[in-house]
Design a protein around this ligand. Sequence first.
Ligand code: RI2
Length: 320
Amino acid sequence: MLLTETADKIKGMEIRGAGRIARAAVEALKGHALSFEGGDLQKFREWMEDAAELLVQTRPTAVSLPNAVHYVMIGLKGAGSVGEAQAEMVRRVERFVRDSINAVDRIGEIGARHISDGDVILTHCNSEAALACILKAGQVGKDIEVFATEVRPQNQGLLTIRTLNDAGIKTNFIVDSAVRHFINSIDLVIVGADAVAVNGAVVNKIGTAQIALAAHEARTNFIVAAETYKFAPRTILGELIRIEERDASEVLNPEVSKGLPHVRVRNPVFDVTPAAFIDLIITERGAIPPSLAYLIICEYLGWGIEEFHKAFQIDDKNQE
Ligand code: RI2
């Protein structure tokens, strides 16, 4: 697929889900790198940097996207020729895709251990990682039942109920606003993540924070399934994760909006669930309490404060 085609599909949400977006973006980088013709290493660098920028700008919230692109772009460093840089980038793309798929499987195995026989689970949106936990629990013979939300305005809940139905898992489909009504029948909430901040706060599909609040009040466990590349390194320096707001037409027919000049339709796509409402984050490296998000960023993603200072040329003077 051409770079621009992938970028358009990510932007238009034809390709969606934080993990899938990351894998599609690096595959697009690979195709783009291999289609480079004639030119020196400097030209190749610029060609790849423009491509990386285009991809990263498609959706601003899912940190998996810049993390994956960053991982592949490191392949440019230290290369002595275009051929060397291409080979290293291809190697990194293939490794990222393989590791990402393995990470989801591993999360499924770890997450399933936190699901007990007889549990009623609530999930929101359509997360590969969250579904991996639920599906694995079903595969190992646990008798489970799921409540899946509709997920206005894009209705990703339909994807979720299809997957659960295909796996033969007993599923209840509810509108988003029915969560509070059913929360006392739920044993465990499992959702995915688009980004995890250093303080353990989780950015996920709009509505997640409300569900977490209801679960917190009802003392229902709330688990997040997130690969390590969804942890946001820049939050170490206090940078906030940008919440994408999409077009109003996704929420209300423009013909209806036209007749309501005093009404502004708002369409934020994600919200932030505070760490205090989260019991556990399941990563492919193991389950952690949200307070250990810093460890993942430093130890597994390799970003410590020193790396930031180097990368953004921060010194003590300009930090004042
Ligand atoms: P996986 C999705 O975002 C949802 O918010 C979902 O919970 C999250 O990505 C993680 O999905 P969107 O692309 O990577 O639907 O676990 O806006 O599949």
